[in-house]
Design a binder for this molecule. Structure first.
Ligand code: HEC
Ligand SMILES: [Cu+2]
Length: 344
């Protein structure tokens, strides 16, 4: 044993740089994944903790069952296999009331207990009405993007949901077309968005950060490019964001060319811009487009080049997206991208 320890310390000493860089890389990737991960074992919301706890309980129980049954199996194989040149069969035993009773009653008790605990967890998390002081948000799943509407605040946005830290958020889930499912693993369980029905969910982000989520119900070919970002921030930052979102679209007199282009094309039939045109609603609200980190519900970063690529042909970024390729000329593209970038 001491020889092994000696060898290990020698190895570490020789490869200090290697070991240190390994530690550095892992700690770095841990730091990144700390906010970006989808780990259900690492909840940051009182609506996600009971789900983690329930999972651990179920996992523990089935783990014990696995070890006991597999252990008995392996033990029997080793203990009772044929030895040497044995040719006779062992005595065949049929039926044993005590054993049969045991393996019927014990599983029933286990299943019943897990059923009770699961039901209790479901009911404890179910909330039909928003609690006092909660922030209410209407979430609508579209093929293939998320719409967030804060009716009380007069805000509509897409893809990225801003919430204040430490405040309960009551979410009303709906769908504009097919069944989607809203799932941000570190904040809450997953609940379906069903056409012509309203479902509810709540969460409370107890830390500042960006919590990632994903549509969890196959809703068409671009289902995988329908990401959710929940951004929880200090009350101050959240209030500033709200005040900004409530403004009408920012007007830059020198960028009127692109605005004209926007108004004369079919864009206005699908997109609202507060203070400019409110005829649309089929696509995301663009009033404060540039306040978002990403476009197309997380499919691309919100940069001039991805905006241009999106407008040139949305299928460049999301194959078969429900925004058509408008066959725009280079001049139109330049003017539009320039104009969209003023929508802060
Ligand atoms: C037929 C309706 C329709 C028309 C017309 C249309 N769009 Fe869209 N647009 C959409 C839909 C739907 C999306 C969301 C697609 C997705 O993410 O899957 C979208 C997304 C966008 C986005 C990304 C927004 C975000 O926050 O993710 C921008 C920018 C945009 N459109 C600009 C335009 C401009 C500029 C025009 C006119 C040249 C236009 N659109 C014409 C339906 C339309
Ligand atoms: Cu979906």
């Amino acid at each position: 044993m001491p020889v092994l320890v000696l060898r290990a310390t020698n190895y570490l000493r020789k490869h200090t740089v290697l070991v240190l860089s390994f530690l550095f890389v892992t700690s770095n990737s841990l730091a990144i994944s700390a906010s970006q991960n989808l780990n259900i074992f690492d909840p940051v919301s009182p609506a996600a903790t009971p789900i983690r706890d329930l999972f651990m309980l179920v996992f523990g129980v089935i783990g014990i069952i696995f070890v006991v049954t597999e252990g008995a199996l392996i033990w029997s194989i080793l203990r009772y296999r044929a030895k040497g040149d044995e040719t006779t069969e062992p005595p065949q035993i049929y039926g044993s009331n005590p054993i049969e009773l045991a393996w019927t009653v014990i599983p029933i008790i286990i299943v019943f207990t897990l059923f009770l605990v699961t039901t209790r967890t479901i009911y404890s998390l179910d909330m039909e009405e928003a609690p006092e002081g909660a922030l209410r948000v209407k979430v609508t799943g579209h093929q293939w993007w998320w719409e967030f509407e804060y009716e009380d605040l007069g805000i509509t946005t897409a893809g990225e949901l801003h919430v204040p830290k430490g405040v309960p958020v009551f979410v009303e889930l709906r769908s504009a077309d097919v069944i989607h499912s809203f799932w941000v693993p570190r904040l809450a369980g997953k609940i379906d968005c069903i056409p012509n029905r309203e479902n509810h969910l709540w969460f409370q982000a107890d830390e500042i950060g960006t919590w990632y989520g994903q549509c969890a119900e196959f809703c068409g070919t671009q289902h995988a490019k329908m990401l959710i970002r929940v951004i929880s921030e200090d009350k101050q930052d959240f209030d500033a964001w709200v005040a900004d979102q409530q403004q009408k679209a920012f007007e830059t007199p020198t960028k009127l060319n692109g605005k004209e282009t926007f108004l004369t094309l079919a864009c206005v039939n699908c997109h609202n811009i507060k203070g400019l045109s409110m005829e649309g609603g089929f696509g995301p609200d663009l009033t404060h487009l540039m306040s978002r980190e990403t476009i197309a519900s997380g499919a691309a970063p919100n940069t001039a080049s991805s905006l241009r690529s999106w407008l040139a042909n949305p299928s460049n970024i999301k194959e078969g997206a429900l925004m058509p390729n408008m066959m725009l000329t280079d001049t139109q593209l330049d003017a539009l991208v320039e104009y969209l970038q003023t929508l802060k």
